[in-house]
Each structure stands twice: as structure tokens, then as C-alpha cells.
Design a protein around this ligand. Structure first.
Ligand code: SF4
Length: 413
């Protein structure tokens, strides 16, 4: 596939011919400035060739459910975004999470959407499609529909269809309760690439208790099976705590995921947010993070690529993607709540404005220029003591979330 980079005048003459050869990606850089760009492109594909794909999906290699397959138009845009960011200092959003509803059948203790203000009208289909199209125009390659529970929206398929496969991948985060075989087929037909099902524990009783929904574990298992049967890529999303790491919870989860034939497991560090916003005690400590990363390395060796375990501890560490990615808030991604509030990520309850009254471009530039988000940071801001002292602790208890950045800035001066 021939990649061109039309959104960036500096790259107008650059061409990259990309081909999948089994598990590998072969490429050739073309154009008068090829010697200038080839080293970065080589670095990029070398990484994928080293880790290998988790799946071959519709004739293309998939390395993570968070990334477009290779070769694809989405991958060309991702590469373009790296150039824009790294070489030309043009901050480009590449991922968005959009909460398409606040409603949910579960009442999870750790939910990041809990305590979000419900005062406004939920986003309409038109509102959401405008966010998608504005983000795509700016270079986005990954659109994730979340909630609440996104499958509660009857027009979810239309929303998915508004993401052109040639530009970006779409995925949903779901609790699995409504992921029947028929709905999975319908989502796949609409163009969905992947589903991520939330699983808090490999122990059914514990999972149901944490979700406060009897039968939820079984719904996840059935949802995984429906999604795989429909030809979707399937991941599990979970979170680690100091206790769960000590108990070796990841090993049990990985064995279960392998049994269910899941492609990927994402392990987020527990982040005090939502109902637990002011519970800094819950933060994971450094030793536990190290332990978690070591467990993931051992399990990845054991399962050899399926499921692949990706921990947030690793992506935010020097050995992970941190040199390039690190904290994604405002450098790589943004989040839109079910009521249109524009926030740095789905865990950061700080609003930069509302997408119904301000353009995405304006909100993104405002976020990217803010002193708390204008620089690249390795560590998760929501887990950083200094960030929490300045931007989270001043949020009054019981204040409707997300809290406006202007108020926080005014209070800190
Ligand atoms: S603050 Fe940064 S690292 Fe933490 S969850 Fe949000 S984007 Fe990810």
C-alpha cells in the first residue's frame, strides 16, 4: 500500500510503500527527502516487527486493539501524526474516547464516569458525529465509544459507521450485558474493529460484586464469544491495585483470557477518580508497578502473543512507550463526556469547555497550550502527586464533575 501524507505540506513529496509479509512489515521510503525520514520510519516498523502481531485481521497485521492495522490508511495517518508531533511540533490528536451515554446497568466502585454532572442534555447523534469528523480532520486514527454503557444507545451502529475505515479504527468499551450474537454481527457490519470488555477479576463472584451486578461475569464470557464469532477483535480491560498485584490476579485473568481466545488484555493502574477522586491512598506504589510489569513480561512470554498483555505501568515507564507516548492526555488524546464536556482523558475530571459551544480545534489547542498539559510527561498525570496537589485536591468534595479548568486556575493564582 502506498502511503502519502496530504495533511502536512512538509511531507508532500514523501511516499512510503508498505507491505505485509507474514508476521513482518516490509517498507520502502520514496521521494527526494527519503534519507531524512527513513531512520524514523525504520524505528517505527522495527518496533512492530520485534513484537509481532496479535492477529491477522482482514489481511492486515494487528499489533494492538489501540492501533490501526498495518498496512492501512489509519497507519499512514498515525505515522504522519508522529512526524507532525516529533519533527514539526504540530500537536495532533490521534485518539478520542467519547462517552455516548452516561447510563449503565452496573454500579462499579471504580467507575471514572461516576459523579459526572448529569445536568445537561446528553449528546445527540449529530453532536457526536461532529466530534468525530472534526477529530478526523485534525488527524485522529482511533475512535473509542465508551459510556456509561455504549450498547444502550440504539444508534451506536450509525455512530460507528461515521468513522471511515480508511482513516481510523473504531472500538467500544462495554460491560458485555447487551453483546448478543445478533448485536455483535450488527456492530461488525457497521465497521467496528474491536470490542474491549471490562473484567475486574477472574473470580466470577468478585467481578459481580465489584460491578454490583449479579451475572455480569457470565455476560462478559458470552459477550467475548459473540464478538469473536462475529469476526471482531476482542480485548479485556481491567485495572490493577496494590492488593490484586500481590495476589497475582493478572495470572488468573491471563489464563482465562487465553481459554476464551481473547486477543489483548489492557491493565490500567487503579486511578482515584469518579467516586474515589479524593482517595489518594488507593494509588499504586512504585514497587507494585515494577512487580506488575514483571508479571506481564513473564505472562507475555508464556502466552506468546495471544493474549498480549499491555499494562499502563509499562506504557508510562522508560522501558515502554514513555519516550514517545507516556501520558496521552492532551498530547495524543482527548475525551468527551456524555454531556459534551471536553476533558484531557476519561480519567481526568477537568473540563476545558463544551463541544456544543466551542470547536474541537479550539478546545484541543486550549488543552495543548495549558501549562499542565503543554509538555510531554512520562508518568500518568492522574497518578502524579504534584499534579493531584495542584489540580485534583482543590476540586471541592461533591462538586459536579468535570470541574472547569478556569476555576482551578483562578484558585491557584
Ligand atoms: S492522565 Fe495520562 S496516563 Fe493517566 S490515564 Fe489519563 S492519559 Fe492516561
Amino acid at each position: 500500500m502506498l502511503y502519502t501524507f496530504e495533511n502536512t505540506p512538509q511531507l508532500a513529496a514523501l511516499r512510503v510503500e508498505t507491505e505485509r509479509v507474514g508476521d513482518r512489515i516490509e517498507f520502502e521510503v520514496l521521494g527526494p527527502e527519503r534519507d531524512l525520514y527513513a531512520p524514523l520510519i525504520e524505528l517505527y516498523y522495527d518496533w512492530f516487527n520485534r513484537v509481532g502481531p496479535i492477529a491477522v485481521h482482514e489481511g492486515r497485521n494487528v499489533y494492538s486493539l489501540y492501533l490501526p492495522p498495518i498496512p492501512s490508511g489509519g497507519d499512514a495517518r498515525l505515522l504522519e501524526g508522529i512526524f507532525r508531533d516529533k519533527l514539526f511540533n504540530l500537536r495532533t490528536p490521534r485518539a478520542v474516547t467519547i462517552a455516548v451515554t452516561h447510563d449503565c446497568q452496573c454500579r462499579c466502585i471504580h467507575c471514572s464516569a461516576e459523579d459526572f454532572s448529569e445536568s445537561a442534555e446528553p449528546l445527540s447523534r449529530d453532536d457526536i458525529e461532529k466530534v468525530v469528523s472534526a477529530g478526523l480532520a485534525m488527524g485522529m486514527t482511533n475512535v473509542t465509544f465508551t459510556g456509561g454503557e455504549p450498547l444502550l444507545r440504539e444508534d451506536l451502529e450509525q455512530l460507528i459507521a461515521s468513522v471511515p475505515e480508511a482513516q481510523a479504527v473504531s472500538k467500544i468499551f462495554t460491560n458485555g450485558a447487551l453483546l448478543s450474537p445478533e448485536r455483535a454481527v450488527s456492530l461488525k457490519s457497521a465497521g467496528l474493529q474491536a470490542v474491549k470488555l471490562s473484567l475486574d477479576s477472574a473470580d466470577p463472584f468478585k467481578h459481580d460484586r465489584l460491578r454490583q451486578r449479579h451475572g455480569s461475569f457470565q455476560e462478559v464470557e458470552q459477550g467475548v464469544s459473540s464478538a469473536l464469532e462475529a469476526g471482531l477483535l476482542v480485548g479485556l480491560s481491567t485495572y490493577a491495585t496494590n492488593e490484586s498485584v500481590k495476589e497475582g490476579g493478572l495470572g488468573h485473568l491471563a489464563s482465562l483470557a487465553a481459554e476464551w481466545d481473547v486477543h489483548e488484555i489492557s491493565v490500567f493502574d487503579v486511578i482515584p477518580t469518579g467516586r474515589l477522586l479524593h482517595d489518594d491512598e488507593a494509588l499504586m506504589d512504585e514497587l507494585t508497578r515494577k512487580d506488575l510489569m514483571e508479571q506481564a513480561v513473564t505472562l507475555n512470554r508464556e502466552f506468546r502473543g495471544r493474549p498480549r498483555i499491555v499494562t499502563q505501568s509499562w506504557t508510562n515507564s522508560p522501558s515502554g512507550f514513555a519516550a514517545y507516548f507516556g501520558c496521552l492526555a492532551g498530547t495524543y488524546q482527548f475525551h468527551v463526556t456524555a454531556y459534551g464536556e471536553f476533558t484531557p482523558c476519561d480519567f481526568t475530571p477537568i473540563s476545558f469547555g463544551n463541544v456544543r459551544t466551542e470547536s474541537i480545534e479550539h478546545l484541543w489547542n486550549k488543552l495543548a497550550a495549558h501549562p499542565a498539559f503543554c509538555d510531554h510527561r512520562r508518568e500518568c498525570r492522574m497518578q502524579s502527586t504534584s499534579f493531584r496537589e495542584q489540580y485534583i485536591q482543590p476540586i471541592p468534595e461533591k462538586a459536579p464533575l468535570p470541574y472547569p479548568i478556569e476555576k482551578l486556575d483562578a484558585e491557584s493564582t
